[in-house]
Design a protein around this ligand. Structure first.
Ligand code: HAM
Length: 421
C-alpha cells in the first residue's frame, strides 16, 4: 500500500520520542521560571513585515528561507522562522516601550526553507527566552548562565560556549570600513557569495565556510579594537561576570550570527556530538524595530534547537526519559468482567494511576501475552466466577504470585500500590 511520508524536512514524533520533547519543554519551564521568566505563546504565523523589519531584509533567512503566503485579503503572512520578532511584536504593546523589563520564554515549531540534512529541518523546534526592555552587561551574563544551567539540567554539561561583541551601530561604520578595505584587497581569491557580501553586508564574509575565504578571514584585522571604549567596556563586563559565575567561554571574533538585529553581546553554544550542524543554541543582545515604531526596543535572548538537543543527548547516551512504569493491567473474561474492569480503570485513572485493560473479547492466553508486552507490574484477573463471588485475582507479574482479593478492597489496594512505587 502506498504511504505518504511527511514533507521533506519535517517529521512525525511518536509517543516514545514525544516524551523526551516534553521533558525538554518541562525542564525549560522549570529552569527559566526560577529566573523570573514567564511563558509567552505567540502565533505560528505573523504579518511578513514583522520578520522583514525585525530580522533585517538582507539576512539569509528573510531573503531565501521564509514560508510566505497571502491571506484571503491579499495580506502577506509568513510562518515564523524564529521566535524573537514575534515576541517583540507581542511585547510592543506592553510597558517594555517605557523601559520596563519583561522576561519571557517560549517553545514551539519554527519554519525555514533550508536544504534538509541531519539536524537541519524545515520545521524545527526551539526553546527560547527573551529578556526585553533593559540594557546591562549583567543581564546578558545572567541570560547566558541560564542557558548553560538549562543545558546541564537536560544532561548536557560539556557544551562549548563561544561569545563575541557586535558593538553598537556607531561602531559598525568604522569597523565595517576596516573590514571592507581589507577584504577589498583580497576579494579576487574569494568566492562569488563573498564578492556579493562585500557590496551588501561585509560582516557576512566573516562566517563564510569556503576554504579559500576562511584563509583570508583568518588574517582579517582586529575590528573589535576599533569599537568605542564604551562598547569594549560593556563586553569586558560581560566576560568578567561570566568568569565570576564560573561559566567557561572562549571569545571568537568571527562569530557574527546570521540575523541582523544583534548588537553588543552575541553567543553560540556548540557540541562535538553533532557532526556538521554544531550549533545547539545561539543568541545575543539586540535592538529590534517593529513596523510602525520609531524607536527600537532592546533585549537579549537565545534559542536552542530541540532536535539538536535530542541529538546531543543521544550522542551522550543520556536518554533522559525512561518509559513510565505501568502499575496495573486489567484482564477480563466475558462482557460483564470487561465492564467491571472499565469502571475500575476509571476510578484508578481519576486517582492518577496509569492503567491498561482489554476491551475486546480475547482468550485468557492472548490477554496474558498483552500483560507481558505492556510490562505491567500487577495483573488483575477476573471472569464470571470471580464476579459472582465478588473477588478478583491479583497477580504479581515478576514472581507469578497470586492472591485473591475482595472487590470492595481492590481500588484502594491498587491505588496504594501505585503510590508506593
Ligand atoms: P538561530 O541561531 O537562527 O537564532 O537559531 C537558534 C538555534 O535553532 C540554532 O542554534 C539551532 O540549534 C536551531 N536551528 C536553527 N535553524 C534550524 C534548522 N533548520 N533545523 C534545526 N534546528 C535549527 C535564532 O533563531 C534567534 N531567534 C535566537 C535569539 C533569541 N536571539 C536572541 N533571542
Amino acid at each position: 500500500m502506498a504511504t505518504i511520508a511527511p514533507p521533506p524536512g519535517t517529521a512525525d514524533i511518536f509517543a516514545e520520542e514525544a516524551r523526551r520533547w516534553r521533558n525538554l519543554e518541562n525542564t525549560a519551564a522549570a529552569v527559566f521560571s526560577r529566573y523570573g521568566y514567564g511563558e509567552l505563546r505567540t502565533p505560528i504565523f505573523e504579518y511578513t513585515e514583522v520578520f522583514q523589519k525585525g530580522l533585517g531584509n538582507e539576512t539569509e533567512v528573510v531573503q531565501k528561507e521564509m514560508y510566505t503566503f497571502e491571506d484571503r485579503g491579499g495580506r502577506s503572512l509568513t510562518l515564523r522562522p524564529e521566535g524573537t520578532a514575534g515576541v517583540m511584536r507581542a511585547l510592543s504593546c506592553t510597558d517594555v516601550m517605557n523601559g520596563v523589563e519583561q522576561r519571557v520564554y517560549y517553545y514551539g515549531p519554527m519554519f525555514r526553507g533550508e536544504r534538509p540534512a541531519a539536524g537541519r529541518r524545515r520545521q524545527f523546534h526551539q526553546v527560547g527566552v527573551e529578556n526585553v526592555g533593559r540594557v546591562a552587561p549583567l543581564i546578558d551574563a545572567e541570560c547566558i548562565a541560564m542557558l548553560m544551567d538549562y543545558l546541564q539540567s537536560i544532561g548536557i554539561s560539556d557544551a562549548k560556549l563561544v561569545i563575541n561583541t557586535r558593538g553598537v551601530n556607531e561602531d559598525r561604520g568604522p569597523a565595517g570600513k576596516l573590514l571592507a578595505d581589507y577584504f577589498g584587497r583580497h576579494i579576487g581569491g574569494m568566492c562569488d557569495d563573498c564578492k556579493n557580501r562585500l557590496e551588501r553586508n561585509v560582516w557576512r564574509i566573516l562566517d563564510c565556510k569556503q576554504e579559500a575565504c576562511r584563509k583570508v578571514v583568518a588574517e582579517a584585522p582586529d575590528y573589535v579594537a576599533s569599537f568605542t571604549d564604551a562598547s569594549r567596556a560593556y563586553f569586558d563586563e560581560v566576560k568578567a561576570a561570566l568568569t565570576a559565575l564560573g561559566v567557561p567561554f572562549t571569545v571568537d571574533p568571527l562569530l557574527v550570527r546570521g540575523l541582523d538585529y544583534y548588537e553588543h553581546t552575541v553567543f553560540e553554544v556548540t557540541h562535538d556530538g553533532l557532526g556538521a550542524q554544531t550549533a545547539i543554541a545561539g543568541g545575543g543582545r539586540y535592538e529590534l524595530f517593529q513596523p510602525g515604531q520609531k524607536k527600537p526596543v532592546p533585549g537579549v535572548g537565545f534559542a536552542a534547537g530541540m532536535e539538536r538537543l535530542l541529538m546531543v543527548q543521544d550522542a551522550l547516551g543520556a536518554s533522559a526519559c525512561a518509559a513510565p512504569v505501568l502499575p496495573v493491567y486489567l484482564v477480563g473474561l466475558g462482557s460483564e468482567a470487561r465492564i467491571a474492569n472499565l469502571k475500575l480503570a476509571g476510578i484508578l485513572r481519576r486517582a492518577g494511576v496509569p492503567v491498561e485493560l482489554e476491551l475486546e473479547e480475547r482468550s485468557f492466553k492472548a490477554q496474558l501475552r498483552n500483560v507481558n508486552k505492556s510490562g505491567a507490574l500487577l495483573a488483575v484477573i477476573r471472569g464470571e466466577s470471580e464476579l459472582e463471588k465478588g473477588v478478583a485475582a491479583v497477580k504479581t507479574m515478576a514472581t507469578g504470585d497470586q492472591i485473591e482479593m475482595q472487590e470492595a478492597e481492590l481500588a484502594d489496594y491498587l491505588i496504594g500500590f501505585a503510590r508506593g512505587l
